[in-house]
Design a protein around this ligand. Structure first.
Ligand code: GSH
Length: 276
């Protein structure tokens, strides 16, 4: 599937939080990459025979770096930081690194619920297919099941709001600062901040959650907006806007995705490709 053997290939789409996290990290460090959009908005492609031949678990983000194929956003970020020695994003100090690793495991289990329990149900309501992970073929149908149950029962959205606010409270009270605006008191963002940011502000932009009663989180989000390429990477969310008072539609989803792809295609570090 690799079209240029020297270039990192990222399989993912702008609507995918962990995919954005991977390509934001590359953009921050100026690493050129090919963004492979698969079969457009057909998420079943990522469980197709062709894709499973590349990554047997399926799903995205998945990277191809020469012979190396990797999935799972935290594993991809750690790989890139190790490979290129990006110690500013992933400090060598073993205690800091352990904190970051701890966060990334928590991210996959807990912070990611921001999407599974709240963002995805509001977005995929327009997609009429019940979300990704066809039970007939998928290795993991958790995403689909969570989205479907949230769409079927508004109480599940309330429950999601409670879960996410609890998780945000942990970030506010225990992980942000105390002396700097970043996670674990670092003087600059690390891959923990970049991953966390992929999940958190999207809910405020979509008018699903309001963070004004979380002062440290609000200050952190303001700092993160200054990280290079912020607006480009989050173009999809900024275009999509409020999906609570104005329910999402397929047209809106497509035009936000297209705007994001076009913006990425305009910068020299990125080339866009599709599944062949
Ligand atoms: N824990 C994974 C989560 C990845 C994930 O949720 N990917 C979704 C898209 S954002 C996906 O692959 N959906 C399609 C599928 O499961 O086939 C990571 O951090 O990379």
């Amino acid at each position: 599937m690799v079209t240029d053997t020297n270039k990192l290939v990222i399989h993912g789409v702008p609507a995918s939080q962990p995919s954005r996290t991977v390509y934001w990290t590359c953009l921050i460090k100026g690493l050129p990459f090919e963004l492979n959009l698969g079969a457009g908005n057909r998420t079943d492609y990522y469980q197709s025979e062709a894709f499973l031949a590349l990554n047997p678990v399926g799903g995205f983000p998945t990277i191809e770096d020469g012979e190396v194929v990797l999935s799972q956003m935290p594993a991809i970020l750690m790989y890139l930081c190790e490979k290129y020695g990006w110690q500013d994003l992933y400090p060598k100090d073993f205690l800091i690194r352990s904190r970051i690793n701890e966060y990334l495991f928590n991210h996959v289990t807990f912070t990611r619920l921001a999407t599974l329990k709240l963002m995805a149900p509001h977005v995929t309501v327009a997609l009429e297919g019940g979300g990704p992970g066809d039970p007939a073929t998928a290795y993991d149908t958790t995403l689909r099941e969570m989205i479907n149950s949230a769409m079927a029962d508004p109480k599940m959205l309330e429950n999601g709001r409670r879960t996410v606010r609890r998780m945000i409270q942990v970030i506010e009270d225990h992980w942000l600062g105390p002396e700097t605006p970043y996670l674990f008191n670092q003087t600059a963002p690390t891959i923990a901040d970049i991953a966390c940011y992929g999940e958190v502000p999207q809910l405020q932009w979509a008018n699903i959650l309001d963070y004004s009663d979380f002062p440290k989180l609000t200050a952190w989000m303001a700092e993160m907006r200054n990280v290079p390429h912020h607006d480009l990477v989050h173009r999809y969310n900024l275009e999509l806007g409020d999906v609570r008072t104005q329910p999402n539609t397929m047209d809106r989803f497509m035009s936000a995705s297209m705007a994001a792809v076009q913006a990425l295609a305009e910068i020299e570090e990125v080339s866009i490709s599709f599944a062949q």
